[in-house]
Design a protein around this ligand. Structure first.
Ligand SMILES: [Zn+2]
Ligand SMILES: [Zn+2]
Length: 268
């Protein structure tokens, strides 16, 4: 519901032009969008292979963290489990958001990592599927980041409450994450310029992520966050939205061939 409200109230193009932009045939059939879909399928397949080869990946990582915590910290009287599920849902979402911000920040700061991340920034047009446009190496980095943060948070809560606590989930996804994606963030990768006005000081708007995709290199290093704006404020990379971003991509030419995209980070 709030997604529809955001579209209606905050979209700078107005409803008709916004809908036209979102479903534009020229954007969805563009070679850049076709590459998004190929990368999405390839990365999805890669994760299925890893998960099927290593089925106990998440529990094994959690146990490893739990052993580490118990080795470092003394035995404690378990906390009361009263509001644990709320606390865990908020904490796991916040830690996940912070780790996404940091990983994204490093993908830009380290030249070696940028070689992979530039595939995401080479998108010339954006649809919500562009979220999944990443080189398989970046996709693996994000996959293991997710497992490590999830396992570390779970281990910490098992240590504090001495029982396994689950977050509120919708279809296996943290309910807060799902609500944020649905309400605020699924048009980050689109040509619909949705700004949040003064709220951008707390939550990053789709238009702020579109600034991150602008062809102007100085804007690439702005707005690394996903949900909360305070990580970017802390690292002085926060930029409020202004007008619509008219051109996405990189200054240098990028190939839209799947094969060339896969090998491009290993060249020169
Ligand atoms: Zn980036
Ligand atoms: Zn992006």
């Amino acid at each position: 519901m709030s997604f529809i409200l955001a579209f209606l109230l905050k979209n700078k193009l107005g409803l008709k032009n916004g809908v036209n932009k979102l479903f534009s045939k020229d954007i969805w059939l563009h070679p850049s969008s076709r590459l998004d879909i190929k990368l999405l399928l390839f990365n999805g397949l890669l994760k299925i292979v890893i998960v099927s080869l290593w089925v106990n990946l998440i529990p094994e990582t959690t146990i490893l963290f739990l052993k580490g915590i118990r080795f470092i910290l003394p035995e404690i009287t378990p906390f009361k489990t009263g509001a644990a599920i709320y606390f865990y849902t908020i904490m796991s979402f916040t830690i996940d958001d912070a780790s996404r911000f940091l990983t994204h920040y490093f993908l830009h700061r380290f030249k070696f990592l940028w070689r992979f991340h530039r595939v995401h920034h080479s998108a010339l047009v954006m649809t919500p599927l562009t979220l999944h446009r990443s080189h398989p190496i970046e996709s693996l980095i994000m996959f293991f980041r997710n497992i490590v943060t999830h396992a570390a948070t779970t281990a910490l809560f098992i240590y504090c409450y001495r029982s396994h606590i689950s977050a509120f989930e919708i279809l296996g996804v943290n309910a807060l994450g799902m609500a944020f994606n649905f309400a605020l963030s699924n048009l980050r990768h689109s040509h619909v310029p949705i700004s949040f006005g003064k709220l951008e000081g707390f939550f990053l708007s789709p238009l702020q992520h579109q600034i991150h995709h602008s062809i102007l290199p100085r804007e690439h290093h702005k707005n690394f966050g996903i949900c909360f704006a305070f990580w970017d404020k802390l690292f002085k990379t926060w930029k409020p939205s202004e007008g619509e971003i008219l051109e996405f991509g990189l200054k240098e030419e990028s190939s839209m061939s799947f094969k060339k995209t896969l090998i491009s980070p290993f060249r020169n």
